[in-house]
Design a protein around this ligand. Structure first.
Ligand SMILES: [Fe+2]
Length: 208
């Protein structure tokens, strides 16, 4: 591996290691599944999500290490997101997702924008909100997580009937009494490149 790519990887890994320390479910997964089996961490991750009040500013860190926007921003009522992928499609780097409240979110009927805004006010925008791990079969994976004492938040379950994409969060980890980080499991059918489903507000609402 060239040194530039190594340095770029270290920036993402630094964020991930901090996240693993902040979330018991993620820490268990990292220690017991990834490290013990000597698995390649990046190859297991579908995407990493940060919350921010200004996507354009937050993107600067990732722009410097080779990320670029992937598709148009995705509107979700009171909030929106932008997906970024590394410009080298063979880099193996996970996608980055940045969430931001939409203009006028305070008066929007949906609470997603308020949840994201409050989260950033509490924790800033320099740490991961959630990491999504790829699974072949979401139901089987959640059974394994449950058997290890990692609670799945079924209220967050979201499915796109058109593509077959399925996503679910763990119960939020609290910090200072406030919901902080979650772990996501994602079942992505072959050929499905979307990162979002029509009912994605379910996911955000589950993190309050
Ligand atoms: Fe996600």
């Amino acid at each position: 591996m060239d040194s530039k790519k190594g340095q770029e990887q270290e920036i993402i890994k630094k964020h991930l290691l901090k996240y693993f320390q902040s979330n018991k479910s993620a820490k268990w997964f990292y220690e017991e599944v990834v490290k013990k089996n000597n698995l390649d961490l990046f190859s297991l991750i579908d995407h990493i999500t940060f919350r921010t009040k200004q996507v354009s500013g937050r993107f600067a860190e990732f722009s410097r290490i080779g990320y670029q926007p992937f598709g148009k921003r995705i509107e979700s009522g009171s909030w929106w997101l932008q997906v970024y992928r590394h410009k080298d499609p063979h880099s193996g780097f996970p996608a980055i997702v940045l969430d931001q409240p939409a203009d006028g979110f305070l008066t929007h009927y949906h609470e997603g924008g308020r949840i994201i805004d409050s989260w950033v006010s509490a924790f800033g925008d320099n740490e991961i909100h959630h990491t999504a791990f790829k699974v072949v079969n979401l139901e089987c994976a959640t059974k394994q997580f449950n058997s290890r004492g990692v609670p799945i938040n079924w209220e967050s379950f979201a499915e796109d009937k058109n593509t077959g994409l399925k996503q679910v969060f763990t119960i939020p980890q609290k910090k200072d009494g406030i919901s902080h980080t979650v772990l996501e499991l994602i079942e992505r059918p072959l050929g499905c490149v979307d990162l979002i489903v029509g009912n994605t507000n379910i996911l955000v609402s589950s993190t309050k």
